[in-house]
Design a protein around this ligand. Sequence first.
Ligand SMILES: Nc1ncnc2c1ncn2[C@@H]1O[C@H](COP(=O)(O)OP(=O)(O)OP(=O)(O)O)[C@@H](O)[C@H]1O
Length: 237
Amino acid sequence: MMGRAPRALLTVRDLTAGRGCGRILSGLDLDVRRNEIVALVGPPGAGKTTVMEAVAGLIRSERGTVRLGDADLTRLPAERIVARGLAYVPADLCLFDGLTVAENLRLGARRPRPDLEPVLGLFPVLGGRLGRLAGSLPHGERRVCAMARAMMGGPRLLMIDDVSHGLAPKNVDEVMRYLGDIRASGTSVLLAEQEVETALSVADRAYVMAGGAVVASGTAGRMLTDPRIRSEYLGVL
Ligand SMILES: Nc1ncnc2c1ncn2[C@@H]1O[C@H](COP(=O)(O)OP(=O)(O)OP(=O)(O)O)[C@@H](O)[C@H]1O
């Protein structure tokens, strides 16, 4: 919106979290504003999944705060975080393979007899797959199904881990286009991605992670053109 500062949606401050093996994130700050697509990029093991799981309430943080709009999500259980409007698509998708696509979508809704039409409007490819078992879909469509299931609850923010993982190049382009459509429908997006150029092609802003910390951040345009960031953090000579 011209002349008005973009409003904060997700505000993460001083996030410090680990797993059984010890502390992974220390004092991490991150923001997603309304109508933004934000990318978390970095090599395997940098901590991108850990950020998403801590924000989604799947692992407990030691310290720090997580807010979504006016709501304080800090250390709420995962199901209450989803109910506040924050949905998460994990890298392994967690579809119910023995249920149909339609049944998977209904499970993502927060009402007993949900209308599938708005989400099918966003992901038209699923319209012809509703009666198929989710386990029988090709990998690209499984990812679309998982994104669609997450959208059934009408989230304000959708977090998607390893968004292009295992996809053929044409399916990567398709999934990236869906991210733009999701944003246009009013849901902001936080994605984690190892393929930096892929992430920056769709994101407004990005955070580069290494060793559990944010080591650079800025607009995608700056990330793509700044020679220091390209050589030091993105591995592009
Ligand atoms: N389930 C787990 N148990 C113990 N340690 C883990 C677990 N998952 C990740 N880790 C460790 O936590 C650190 C951060 O991993 P994380 O998966 O958050 O990174 P990532 O940037 O998402 O990597 P990728 O791009 O491969 O998904 C790594 O050192 C990793 O070995």
